[in-house]
Design a protein around this ligand. Sequence first.
Ligand SMILES: CC(C)(COP(=O)(O)OP(=O)(O)OC[C@H]1O[C@@H](n2cnc3c(N)ncnc32)[C@H](O)[C@@H]1OP(=O)(O)O)[C@@H](O)C(=O)NCCC(=O)NCCS
Length: 188
Amino acid sequence: MPKRTDIKVRFAAPEDAEQMSAVANSNFVPLEKLSERAHQGFTIWPRDQNDYANCIGSSSHVAVAEDADGKIVGHILAYDIGVFKQIAHQSGSKNPIHQYKEYPDTSIFLDQITIKPDHHGMGIGSMLDAFLRAHAPQSDLWITDIVHKPVKNEASVAFFENLGFELQDEVEHDGWILGIYEREIRHA
Ligand SMILES: CC(C)(COP(=O)(O)OP(=O)(O)OC[C@H]1O[C@@H](n2cnc3c(N)ncnc32)[C@H](O)[C@@H]1OP(=O)(O)O)[C@@H](O)C(=O)NCCC(=O)NCCS
């Protein structure tokens, strides 16, 4: 039985990319099975290891959680919006975030969080978010998008709402309906 006390969070390094891809794929669910996984969460766009290596190289907001044996059991992938715009421009991707609003370059887009299924519910996702927040103290605005249709990613919605994210709107993207969520951090 995995124990939360054995988990360490640290910034990702390029050599983590292969394990990150494996973790994301462990939560991949084909379209016809999505409804069975709404309450555990699902990754619909896992990337290959080269993509993860590129993300690690481009962003200072990528972190992994590893167990006592040094095996990666989860990761969080986020970018400054300015960096994310460049990545999207280079890859030709049309992320709905850019079409939705002109966010300040210093805001952070939380692209993907994924924990190995046998480690869900242990607080690891929350640890990863806390780690990024602690290392990006001047970022006031955090943004993420979550699949709402054809099946709502209920686990992900509950997870992000628990962290203070609030639904702003729904947008259509490649046949999916995505909820746009924001979290504003107010400094004391
Ligand atoms: C969603 C996900 C990242 C949550 O990570 P986690 O480490 O399991 O979450 P935590 O243990 O830190 O949970 C913190 C809080 O979030 C909420 N939460 C997390 N998972 C939940 C679930 N399946 N159902 C309802 N609420 C949930 C709860 O409020 C929980 O607090 P509690 O344990 O006191 O009830 C994880 O389930 C996952 O990887 N799912 C598959 C991939 C995915 O859906 N990623 C998001 C889209 S990219």
